[in-house]
Design a protein around this ligand. Structure first.
Ligand code: SAM
Length: 215
């Protein structure tokens, strides 16, 4: 299978629907090949714009959704990012490319086997600026706070309070909030006198579990 050609077609498609705007994110999609983050038997589907099973009832998110969330996050070189829901490690790796060697990505996964899967995928690409934690990510990661950006790749019933506390002033949080079947994607900016909240559309995610997640 010609993964390079498939990848270019996907990039063209995500641009055509207006989601992909930044050159840096386009480069990241080329440098971090999605087929290396899905189980081998599903590699032939890696460049379709669809979520795919990574086992344990979890998925690697749909590429256009990953792009929409990454665009909304407005990542800059050198930033410190927290991701909740490591899954395959694809989103973390895209972020690690965008922050560059002076930036860092902390990511939390609650399923140990998936954290190990992601660790292998990340190591195979020689990426050094990602650290995976295995714990309840609904609590954030107090010991490494504050963060420039926080991205949540699982559906939350509400915005977990710790995330806003652990975000720097001027920082951005991207999080799908809603019920188990449909969520609104919120882009939340932390300001001196409160927050600014934008809704960028409806999405469907697997649930965030844990203290501030679904019971
Ligand atoms: N970002 C991932 C990727 O690039 O493959 C996809 C994430 S998948 C849609 C959502 C992930 O969130 C699942 O792996 C799930 O186990 C994880 N998750 C759910 N609740 C969690 C929690 N409280 N803390 C950490 N991870 C959690």
């Amino acid at each position: 299978m010609d993964f390079e050609a498939e990848k270019e077609k996907l990039i063209k498609y995500i641009k055509s629907i207006g989601y992909l705007k930044s050159k840096e994110i386009e480069d990241a999609l080329r440098k971090i090949p999605r087929h290396l983050f899905v189980p081998k038997h599903l590699r032939y589907l890696a460049y379709r714009d669809t979520p795919l099973s990574i086992g344990y009832n979890q998925t690697i998110s749909q590429p256009s959704t990953v792009v929409a969330m990454t665009e909304a996050l407005e990542v800059k070189k050198g930033q410190k990012i927290l991701e909740i829901g490591t899954g395959s490690g694809w989103q973390s790796s895209i972020l690690s490319y965008l922050v560059g060697k002076n930036g860092f990505v902390y990511t939390i996964e609650v399923i140990e086997e998936l954290a190990e899967f992601a660790k292998r995928n990340i190591k195979n690409l020689g990426i050094k600026n990602i650290k995976i934690f295995i714990k309840d990510g609904s609590l954030g990661l107090k010991e490494k706070a504050p963060f420039d950006r926080i991205i949540v790749t699982a559906a939350a019933p509400d915005v977990p309070k710790p995330y806003l506390k652990q975000l720097k002033l001027g920082g951005i949080l991207v999080i799908p909030v809603g019920n188990l079947y449909l969520q609104k994607m919120y882009v939340i900016k932390k300001l001196k006198d409160g927050i600014e909240k934008k809704d960028i559309g409806n999405f469907m995610f697997v649930p965030l579990i844990g203290k501030y997640g679904f019971k």
